[in-house]
Design a protein around this ligand. Structure first.
Ligand code: ADP
Length: 523
């Protein structure tokens, strides 16, 4: 019977570490008892060791299901350097290597076999797995199982019934850095993992400094930032392949050492660019979200998002690729209201059914609220993940360090709420702002909103400032934007209290700058 002390011994003897990090010991204990186990830890929390140590200690071969070919190879190489017998099987192998490896697996030669989920559909592989001693099956990046996750992979889910046909698998493990309550429940249900064997260390990453930038010229900011951080590695995430190429082109033109990566490049090119970045030959990686999952580069000092991502899960995971070594690192999001249109367009274009689209809109709204809230940015995201752990403000995000004083905006808020009511709570922020501004816009006249008593009540502000203020009221929970492509503002209980009981509204409302749009051809 393997004891927990053996795990401590392996930690030191193989990996060279003295003690377990938060959550690792509990995960390993649960797996050594052969219980189905789920581990939720932040990126860089040290999930790999949680299945590698049991895999080394327990008899038989551990099958690790992993979504990415590059990830498998890195993990196998790392294990081999520790003298552990590990291999991977995927479509990149030539026939001869494949045959040799499969025979060796059949002979039980490996402690670890890394595979992509699709491999379970291959009869030979399935039969071999059925015929050998298995120590356990682990799902890395387990959120890919859940259709509620931001990175759902149908192949991850469809193999579950195949695995259930294998009656000799003692237990399963699932590991993820991203799990909203729905995703956690889904994984628990699909892999039959009890709450008692779910180890959640929380998501808090104290070393990450979140910053939100509004109204800056994006290319100027990026070039200035990288110029001041030439000795450091960083990732710049862009929303489209075209933007990747534009930003990359700009940085190369200015003499920076930048690599780039998106799904439109050939596999060879992607591997080349990735390796350039990993080996520090190029310090900057400009990429779409196709880059990064499973990349073990611990010294990434900054992650800049050129535009707002589609939801908080994606943002926290991508930003979380900074600072895996625990050192202070910047996570910068450059927000422009136009980003919202792009994300809505992507949701509309997707093949999701209506129910899933609504869910995506809801998640998008939470992301938009992040870009407007006055709250600590880290705490906002931890709340989103329903993280029950420490809720203290981080004191180093751009909201915590913002010295703008809160001002009493009760009267302005009441004007907005009254206007929303008079418009029958059926319109969005843009039209509401026009009415409050006293605009002569055709739509305003068409609906006879110029006859409302609230028409022009905020005419001392610009239309943009009013829109911004409405977004802040949404982010702070006074207004609900509803769901869907065309949000319609509705009052929440909190707003009703402001109207009826004069509950005060104190907010930080900085001066709004015009959002700049970069012309890459001109730079
Ligand atoms: P994750 O998969 O959770 O993102 P990794 O498993 O890649 O994280 O681990 C991140 C880094 O932390 C790796 O460099 C790993 O070697 C290191 N690490 C893991 N466990 C420990 C530990 N107990 N003590 C010190 N470093 C650790």
């Amino acid at each position: 019977m393997v004891q927990f002390n053996d795990a401590l011994h392996i930690l030191k003897a193989y990996f060279g570490y003295d003690s377990f990090r938060d959550g690792q010991a509990d995960l390993i204990k649960s797996s050594l008892k052969q219980e189905n186990t789920l581990g939720i830890m932040p990126t860089g929390g040290g999930k790999s060791i949680c299945y590698q140590i049991p895999g080394i200690l327990l008899d038989g071969t551990a099958v690790i299901i992993s979504p990415l070919i590059s990830l498998m190879k890195d993990q196998v190489d790392a294990l081999e350097t520790y003298g552990v017998k590990a291999t991977f099987i995927n479509s990149s192998l030539d026939k001869e290597t494949y045959m040799t490896r499969m025979r060796a697996i059949q002979e039980g030669a490996y402690d670890f076999v890394y595979v992509a989920p699709e491999r379970f559909d291959h009869e030979w592989f399935f039969n071999v797995i059925q015929s050998i001693k298995i120590s356990f099956i682990a799902f890395d990046e387990a959120h890919c199982i859940s259709q509620w996750g931001h990175d759902f992979r149908p192949s991850y889910r469809s193999i579950i019934h195949r695995i259930q046909q294998l009656h000799h698998v003692p237990f399963m493990m699932a590991l993820t850095a991203t799990a909203t309550p729905e995703v956690i429940r889904d994984i628990q249900h699909l892999l039959q993992i009890s709450v008692d064997h779910t180890i959640n260390t929380g998501f808090r990453r104290e070393n990450l400094h979140f910053h939100l930038l509004k109204g800056q010229d994006k290319s100027t900011f990026i070039t200035d930032y990288v110029k001041n951080h030439t000795q450091e590695s960083g990732i710049i995430y862009c929303p489209t392949r075209k933007t990747v190429e534009q930003v990359h082109g700009l940085l190369i033109k200015k003499g920076f050492k930048a690599a780039y990566y998106h799904a439109g490049l050939s596999e060879d090119k992607r591997i080349l660019e990735q390796n350039r970045f990993i080996s520090d030959e190029r310090t900057i990686m400009v990429a779409t979200n196709a880059f990064g999952m499973g990349i073990d580069k611990s010294n990434v000092r900054y992650v800049i998002h050129h535009s707002m991502p589609m939801n908080i899960e994606a943002y926290y995971q991508e930003a979380g690729r900074a600072g895996r070594d625990g050192e202070p690192s910047d996570c910068i999001l450059m927000y422009n209201p136009q980003d919202v249109q792009l994300q809505k367009f992507l949701i509309e274009q997707s093949k999701l059914d209506d129910e899933k689209k609504q869910l995506e809109y809801k998640k998008l709204q939470a992301m938009i609220n992040y870009c407007h809230t006055n709250q600590c940015l880290l705490v906002y995201m931890l709340d989103y993940f329903n993280d029950q752990f420490s809720k203290d403000d981080c004191m180093h995000c751009s909201n915590c360090t913002d010295t703008t004083e809160r001002t009493d905006r009760t009267v302005d808020a009441q004007k907005v709420f009254s206007c929303v009511i008079r418009m029958n709570q059926r319109f969005g922020a843009t039209l509401t702002a026009k009415v409050l501004k006293g605009s002569k816009d055709q739509k305003v006249r068409q609906f006879k909103f110029d006859q409302l008593s609230t028409y022009g009540l905020l005419k001392h502000l610009t239309e943009k400032q009013i829109v911004q203020f409405i977004h802040l009221l949404i982010a702070e929970g006074y207004l609900s934007p509803g769901e869907g492509q065309y949000p319609t503002l509705k009052l929440t209980e909190k707003a009703v209290k402001v109207l009826k009981e004069h509950a005060p509204v104190w907010l930080k409302t900085p001066v709004v700058k015009e959002a700049a749009v970069t012309d890459y051809n001109a730079t």
